[in-house]
Design a protein around this ligand. Sequence first.
Ligand code: PLP
Length: 221
Amino acid sequence: MTLVNRLTEIRATLEKSRINSPLAAPETCLLAASKGQPAELLEEAIALGIRDFGENRVQEAYDKWPLLKEKYPHIRLHLIGPLQTNKVKDALGLFDVIQTVDREKLALALSRLQASGFSLQEKQFYIQVNTGEEPQKAGIFPKEADDFIRFCIHDLKLPIIGLMCIPPADQPPAPHFALLKNVALTHGLKELSMGMSGDYDIAARMGSSFVRVGTALFGSR
Ligand SMILES: *Cc1c(COP(=O)(O)O)cnc(C)c1O
């Protein structure tokens, strides 16, 4: 299958979810998870109308994206991998959206940058919730999420617009998506980044606003 075939299938699935599920968002955007993919393929994806791309590593993104972003200024680049505090400034120099605000230390580093005169207001941030409480995975635990979200929004004044999660690989994802959505509703957060190649249809039916799709779009890495 080619990129265009796979994209057509994903778009059809998202459209079907939107029409058939009362819980679906008005629009579920496709975010192309492009780690490990070469610049030529990304350019092909851009030509097919994909606007949102997610990279996991700041350095890899700098190797691939500065030229492409210059050529296609409408592209929105999302960081979907962990962010070290010493890379915050680099990351904000390239990424439009940081989906992985996952701990107090990072939130404080962003806040200090803001206090030093660096405007974060044209950027967008998501808090990553570790819905499965997996010790090896990033993200704030659900029981700490309410306090952390309030801290980021009210105390630090970070422009948080949504939540992101990566459910445990060995569990049905629906309860994790439901949990994420409930936490978001509590705080009036509109955006939900949830769903990957194996479960983006379920996520879309449950209200995801961004599905992060890698292998189902680009083929295996
Ligand atoms: C790689 C990655 C994806 C996409 O995974 P696929 O299963 O290939 O669709 C989504 N989210 C994050 C955070 C990733 O690292």
